[in-house]
Design a protein around this ligand. Sequence first.
Ligand code: SF4
Length: 264
Amino acid sequence: MSTDPRILAELELLSVARLYGLASPAKRPTAEAADPAPVAAAASVASVRATRPEPASVPATAARAGKTAPVAPAPAGVEAMDWDALRAAVLECRRCGLCEQRKQAVFGVGSPTGPWLFVGEGPGAEEDERGEPFVGQAGRLLDSMLGAAKLARGRDVYIANVVKCRPPGNRVPSPAESAACAAWLDRQVELVAPKIIVALGKTAAIRLTGSEASLASLRGKVHAYRGIPLVVTYHPAYLLRNLPDKSKAWEDLLFARRSFAALA
Ligand code: SF4
């Protein structure tokens, strides 16, 4: 596969290209003005800002959960919960069948004020065991990606999942399960108030964009979730099984960085 020389130059700047076997003769662009991508990212972010709805106009949970998700009334009082109350409610939640086989609900981790929010699919076996998202092999890959982008969970990033309980056998959560858990994630989004959201994988992309279009068609664009710029990329667990797509994920992360920079 080929990768855009400009992207490779940025990867080299981040000292990660060799980690992923990406060779490039490209030189780093000498001026941002010569790179049309930041302009495109800025235009996309401006578009998101221009279309940002007022909070009062945000639709109910059912509408936010994606067009295939059934209605799931929000738990009473969730909109007023602080971090401690929200965590306690999630840990005791039995709103869907995923509670039956979990060892524990996996709430979320990282900086409670963002400014980056990464949203994955759901806990795996190791996360179910330890009660923290992205602590297995996929989590280590995510951390290496964050580190290369000069980000770190706990400092710049909050990490959460669409569903807080492990689907048996690590299957994909059903639309009903995603909808049942939507209010918890929505409250996390409100409390973090991120400047940008990165959806990791198809489940998060469907949940946050409301579109069932292919992940490939959703990449490279700035979407919006409740008025917050949203970028879509692959889930780290997918990347572990599909090594050639790692370079695409890097492109997405760099696109997200440019979009974030455009916000400033
Ligand atoms: S997955 Fe979400 S809605 Fe379902 S039981 Fe766990 S916390 Fe509750």
